[in-house]
Design a protein around this ligand. Structure first.
Ligand SMILES: [Zn+2]
Length: 404
């Protein structure tokens, strides 16, 4: 069983746009209400019984249980009986928003993400339907629960045999979109390690260096658009906040941002396919992306979009039957890929790797990528064989039968 998500542009009527907007606002209110409930509970327990918090806090009884997804769903059902505006929105869809909040908390606990924040107006940009009727997509129309049929620009066909499981309606500057999660009930074996191994080193001087010698320069989508964005932003700040002219100027800024994001995504997809072209296995470094983006070159790290690139690369590998694995990234730039000795730290300006032990000379980033490839092959239990300059192929270790 596997899932793919298809995204199509919607062509809602004026009436439907109003419904979408109203729903988004309701979802936002539900999200914020649920977050407030959780936040109050935490704060009421953040100081000791015999001491008082410096700021006044909402008092919640000591035996009150922590609000959970289940308890909040329950109170949502109760609230729906009394509130007209809650009744107009699909109940499952609202529960999905509560689940999103639950996820935000879980990723805070487990992955050290920040405390979930209240959503301002326009910050809630999508809502989803976890369940759809039979054959929701037909003849250029998508059928959504409660809302009904919405015209859709179906830019590509969905292959036969897929069942549309979920839908998410997304608001962007350029319009409304629907994301359909399609599920195929076939078993697809995950790709096995085979063929040529490609190690990938990412960085800011060259966005990608591969072990077989491909060096790709860093794209500067955001940095290139910065001048234009600055100008547009300046125009916004000269308008009276909330006026029609302010809204118009604001829309231009948002359109430019969406354009930059689209360019980046497209580029990541094309590059992923290029890497997969000759590879049987792809290994990347397991980087601490949050740490990188907080550094001095944070803006550039975020512009490069390493996180998105790795996700897209992983998906592309899956589609093209290429094995994908993340590898420990420590000291990849300090080891000689040819003989394995540590050469010590390189300065950022040092662009070429010259081994003092064996004399192996190559580009510094390519050397790091080759180390990644070698480590990857070791991780999947292959012995490394270097065919030609930077071409790695793994040989599975044969389990020899004992001689006796
Ligand atoms: Zn060496």
């Amino acid at each position: 069983m596997f899932n793919l998500t298809y995204e199509f542009k919607l062509k809602p009527t004026q009436n439907q746009v109003e419904i979408f907007e109203e729903w988004l606002e309701t979802h936002r209110r539900v999200y914020n209400h649920a977050l407030a409930e959780r936040k109050d509970w935490y704060k009421s327990r953040s100081c000791q019984v015999n001491a008082c918090s410096l700021v006044s806090e909402y008092i919640i009884r000591a035996d009150a249980p922590r609000p959970t997804f289940a308890s909040q769903c329950k109170s949502l059902t109760a609230a729906r009986k009394e509130n007209e505006y809650l009744k107009r929105v699909n109940a499952q869809s609202l529960q999905q928003t509560l689940r999103r909040l639950e996820k935000a908390f879980v990723s805070m606990w487990e992955q050290n993400h920040g405390f979930p924040r209240f959503k301002k107006r326009d910050r809630m940009r999508s809502f989803s339907f976890p369940q759809l009727g039979q054959n929701p997509l037909s003849n250029r129309y998508v059928k959504l629960p409660v809302i009904g049929v919405v015209k859709v620009r179906q830019s590509r066909d969905i292959p036969d045999g897929g069942v549309i499981k979920q839908a998410r309606v997304v608001k962007r500057v350029s319009g409304w979109y629907v994301m359909l999660t399609v599920q195929w009930d076939v078993s697809v074996p995950s790709p096995l390690p085979h063929g040529e191994a490609v190690g990938i080193d990412v960085g800011l001087t060259s966005f990608v260096a591969t072990s077989n010698g491909l060096l790709v320069k860093r794209p500067r989508f955001f940095v290139d658009a910065l001048r234009k964005l600055k100008l547009l932003q300046q125009r916004v700040s000269r308008k009276r906040i909330g006026s029609n002219n302010w809204k118009k100027a604001h829309k231009k800024v948002a359109t430019e941002h969406e354009y930059v994001a689209n360019c980046r995504k497209d580029w990541h997809r094309k590059l992923s396919h290029q890497i997969c072209n000759n590879a049987g296995m792809v290994f990347v470094e397991d980087l601490n992306l949050v740490g990188l983006s907080r550094g001095m070159l944070g803006k550039h790290c975020l512009d490069a979009g390493f996180g998105q690139f790795f996700n897209i690369l992983e998906q592309t590998c899956f589609k093209r039957d290429v094995y994908f694995q993340k590898i420990d990234s420590r000291k990849t730039s300090q080891i000689c890929p040819n003989c394995g000795t540590e050469t010590g730290k390189k300065e950022l300006s040092e662009r070429i790797h010259v081994c003092s032990n064996c004399g192996y000379t190559t580009d510094r980033d390519i050397a790091a990528a080759q180390v990644v490839a070698i480590r990857g092959l070791a991780a999947v239990g292959h012995t490394v064989k270097m065919l030609a300059e930077g071409k790695f192929i793994g040989i599975p270790v044969k389990q020899e039968s004992p001689a006796f």
